[in-house]
Design a protein around this ligand. Structure first.
Ligand SMILES: [Zn+2]
Length: 348
C-alpha cells in the first residue's frame, strides 16, 4: 500500500512509498481505510529535518497526524464498519507519569509520550492504518469532507477547556475575545469562541486571501492593525502566532482578570527589548493569567467532534483551501501563499 514517509532528521527526504507493509495487528484492533490527511506546520518542520522520530527499529517515519478514515473492521465491536473516525495523535508515556496515568497525556510531565506521524509511532498518511478503539474518535457521518479538521479542533477545544477552568477561579463573565493569527488554529479558536456567544476579534497581518471573509462569516471582526492599535480590551486572548512581539503585546492588552492562552510556538532566537517589570506589574495588579496550551486528550477530541458537528459545514469546507490526491504529495506538502489548510486525499 501507499505511504508518505520521511527519514527523520534528513531534510527533504519526503517520499511516497508504494510497498509499505499493511499495518501490524499490534497497532490496534480497529482497521481503518484512510480518506484524508491534513497538513500543518509540524509536517513542514519534519520534512525540513528539524523534528520527527521513526518508530523503534525503523529508519523511516510515515508522517500525517491529522487523520480521517472509515472503519473497515473492529472485532471488539466498539465501532462498526463504515464509521467515520479520526485517530488520536498522542499516546501516554509508558512509565506512565501521573498525568498520563489519569488519561491526560496532553499534560505529560516526562516527555516520553509518543505521537502518530511525529514521534515514534507511524502516522496516518497511508492507505490503511490501525488504532486501538479508545484512541479512535467517531465523527458525525455528515463530516465526511471536513472531519479531517478534528485534530486542529481538538487543540483549540483543549485551549478553551483550560481557559474556562482558569476563568472559574472567581466570578467570571467574559464578553470579548481576541484571537491573534488567522491560520487554521486561530480560525477554529474563533469558531469555538463564537459558539460560546462571545464578541470575537481576529487579528492577522494578511490583507488578501480568504481570511477576512472567513472571520466575517463567523460574525467576528477582522483586524490587520498592530495589537497596540486595536481598540479592544479582551477578556480572553487566544494567541496563535507565536510571534514574540505579538505574544508580549497581548499580555499587556488583556483586560483586568483577563486570561491569555498561548497556543502558538515561537522558533526562538529573536531578542527584543521589553520592560519585564511593567509586564509583572500589569499581571499582578490585574489578576491576569498567561498560560500555555498544547495537544489534547480524549475528552477534548470528543468536545471537538461536537463542535464540528454543530458548525456550518460550508464554513468548515472553506478552511480547506487545497485538496490534492496522494500521488501529488510533493505539491501538497509545498506551502502556498493563500493556503489555510491543505489536505491530502487518499480516496480516489
Ligand atoms: Zn506522561
Amino acid at each position: 500500500m501507499r505511504a508518505v514517509t520521511v527519514e527523520p532528521g534528513v531534510a527533504n527526504s519526503l517520499s511516497l512509498i508504494q510497498d509499505q507493509p499493511e499495518p501490524a495487528p499490534e497497532e490496534g484492533a480497529v482497521l481503518v481505510e484512510a480518506l484524508s490527511v491534513g497538513i500543518c506546520g509540524t509536517d513542514h518542520e519534519i520534512i525540513a529535518g528539524l523534528y520527527g522520530e521513526a518508530p523503534p527499529g525503523a529508519d523511516r517515519l510515515v508522517i500525517g497526524h491529522e487523520s480521517l478514515g472509515r472503519v473497515l473492521e473492529d472485532p471488539t465491536g466498539t465501532l462498526q464498519p463504515g464509521d467515520l473516525v479520526a485517530g488520536i495523535v498522542r499516546h501516554p508515556d509508558p512509565v506512565p507519569c501521573s498525568n498520563c496515568a489519569a488519561g491526560e497525556w496532553d499534560m505529560c510531565r516526562n516527555g516520553l509520550f509518543t505521537e502518530h506521524g511525529i514521534k515514534a509511532l507511524a502516522g496516518f498518511a497511508r492507505d490503511r492504518w490501525r488504532i486501538q478503539p479508545h484512541f479512535a474518535v467517531k465523527l458525525d457521518p455528515a463530516l465526511s469532507s471536513v472531519g479531517v479538521l478534528l485534530e486542529p479542533t481538538s487543540v483549540v477545544a483543549k485551549a478553551w477547556d483550560h481557559i474556562e477552568r482558569i476563568g472559574h477561579r472567581a466570578e467570571w463573565q467574559p464578553q470579548t475575545v481576541l484571537v491573534t493569527g488567522a491560520g487554521p488554529i486561530g480560525l477554529l479558536a474563533a469558531l469555538l469562541a463564537t459558539q460560546r456567544g462571545f464578541t470575537v476579534h481576529v487579528l492577522d497581518r494578511t490583507t488578501g486571501g480568504p481570511k477576512a471573509e472567513l472571520v466575517a462569516a463567523l460574525g467576528a471582526t477582522y483586524h490587520t492593525v498592530s495589537v497596540n492599535d486595536l481598540q479592544v480590551e479582551p477578556d480572553v486572548v487566544v494567541e496563535c502566532t507565536g510571534a514574540p512581539t505579538v505574544v508580549l503585546d497581548v499580555m499587556c492588552k488583556a483586560a483586568p482578570t483577563g486570561i491569555v492562552c498561548l497556543a502558538g510556538v515561537s522558533s526562538g532566537g529573536r531578542r527584543i527589548n521589553f520592560d519585564a517589570g511593567a509586564l509583572n506589574r500589569e499581571l499582578v495588579l490585574e489578576n491576569n493569567v498567561v498560560f500555555g496550551s498544547v495537544n489534547a486528550n480524549r475528552r477534548h477530541w470528543d468536545l471537538a467532534a461536537q463542535a464540528l458537528a454543530q458548525a456550518d459545514q460550508n464554513w468548515l469546507s472553506s478552511l480547506i483551501t487545497r485538496r490534492m490526491p496522494v500521488e501529488r504529495y510533493a505539491e501538497a506538502y509545498t506551502a502556498g501563499p493563500d493556503d489555510i489548510k491543505v489536505v491530502l486525499d487518499f480516496a480516489s
